[in-house]
Design a protein around this ligand. Structure first.
Ligand code: ATP
Ligand code: MG
Length: 163
């Protein structure tokens, strides 16, 4: 059997993206690329939930600034679907450090700070958006954030021209 190349991935518009009014701009980029939104919710997470979402970073020196950042306001969570969506979405998002993120990416267009500045000022790297790093993380994160009932199967108009 041929393995499907259609994947789902988790995206969060982080509190800085919400406070700065960037939701529409962020969503438009994914829709324009033909990625399908199959789930969406807004949620203000607490410290416990942050520890579950960012469990891989618990031992890092920046964890507490990260926790403060991600719990500082509501986030918009989305599940996006498309051909190799995990990698495609990371490409649209850009690299972790906004200074290094290419123009045209979400982080490159809407932020510019670097890691050294964040470390020096003991601030989080506010970089607008989270996206799952790989397909295993995507599956775990989608399970953490969404009830299967709230994920939907539907066909976009013109889908035959997209995938
Ligand atoms: P995300 O998981 O949010 O999509 P990422 O996968 O690009 O980001 P990670 O290494 O998983 O990067 O880091 C998680 C988040 O922690 C980053 O997006 C950033 O907000 C914050 N962060 C990463 N490194 C630092 C650092 N050195 N100092 C402060 N905050 C950091
Ligand atoms: Mg990550």
């Amino acid at each position: 059997m041929v393995e499907s190349s259609i994947q789902q991935t988790l995206v969060l518009v982080k509190p800085d993206g919400i406070y700065r009014g960037l939701i529409g701009n962020v969503i438009t980029r994914f829709e324009n690329a033909g990625l399908k939104i199959v789930g969406m919710r807004m949620r203000w997470i607490d410290k416990d939930f942050s520890k579950r979402h960012y469990s891989e970073h618990l031992e890092k020196t920046f964890y507490y600034t990260l926790e403060e950042y991600i719990t500082a306001g509501p986030v918009l969570a989305m599940v996006l679907e498309g051909v190799e969506a995990v990698e495609v979405v990371r490409k649209i998002v850009g690299s972790t450090e906004p200074k290094s993120a290419m123009p045209g990416t979400i982080r490159g267009d809407f932020a510019h700070i670097n890691l050294a500045h964040a470390d020096k000022t003991k601030k989080a790297v506010c970089n607008i958006i989270h996206a799952s790093a790989n397909s295993k993380d995507a599956a775990n994160e989608i399970m953490l954030w969404f009830d299967p009932m709230d994920l939907h199967t539907y066909k976009r108009a013109g889908e035959e021209w997209i995938r």
